[in-house]
Design a protein around this ligand. Sequence first.
Ligand code: ZN
Length: 367
Amino acid sequence: MLATYNLPILGHPTAHMQRLIRTGALRPAAESPSGCRGPAYTLRTPDDWQIIDDFGAELAGTLLQVNLFRLPTAAYRALLFASPRFRQHDVVALAQALRADDPDRHAWWAQLFEAVRAGPRLTRGLAHVQSPLLQHAVWFPDRTVFSRTQGGGWTVTLAFEVHTQLSDDAPRDTAVGIDVGVRPLAACAGHEHLALYATKLLRPSDRRLETAFRDDRSRHLARRLHHLLIYGEARRQWETLMADQLPRASVVCVEQLTLPDMQSRFRWASTELGIADFLLSWLPQTCYEVGVPVVRVDPAYTSLRCARCYRWGDRPGHGGVFVCPVHGPVHAHVNAAQVIQRLGLAELMAEARRTAPWTREGREAKA
Ligand SMILES: [Zn+2]
């Protein structure tokens, strides 16, 4: 399946982009990519477009800041594979340290310091970019599109052929409800178990960075590497969730959230932890490819009602416990995932009723 991912061009790219258009390195595209409405441009010569590192690419000698690490793993691997100039910091040990149950903060900072000091190196293998989701992708550099956003910024759209492999022998017998959050990142109501995928957060305070790194450039780089690692870790969790839940899913139910909703509800996390990418791009694209429908339900009250009896309950201190007046305390996020799962099923049944030829609603809809 052809999948496209939109990434913002960071910094202040307008002057660069105008020059690239003026010099003819970019030329007007026939149409804008999905999700982008402004004028769009394609590459005159695909060879002019070179991926440099996780944070940028070069186009006809102009460096453009793009957080390329924010692609799903398969696409990211495909991009690295096709980029002979790609250089990367040594993030393997850092990622492992971040994953430890009880990370040794001192060791972690020492490693981050070392990675920044050593600088990036040409990347030789892809072994460090692993995903639990069996996905293979091929990048099409010649289908890269640059477009102007309504807010005046610029976006680059990267195109990939993506193939997802799910285990064939699992029966698709389960409606899966997913509640997204921050701690945990997500809770699922599915077939046998209710799974939780939390992520570790080691956030660097500005003071910590200032003590560790003397110059602005190193501090900036340390922040970017930290961002990359946190994002990579969250991405691994999202892909674990899909690898775990999609093979048995008959339908996936999630809340209908728009980007502004997410930004107000999860603040920084919608971007840093890939919540928006998961809900708006990776999940719907992967589900579409493997033929699992996605139902989006109204997010109102999903965390305030009991999944078993739909009574109003309590979330003392907005913590991890939901208390139903009848069923007592249950896991708040799992309960929310179950509510979302049931609302999704209810929505599907209402839809079936609206369109079934033997119901009055169905006959009216047909007429
Ligand atoms: Zn109840």
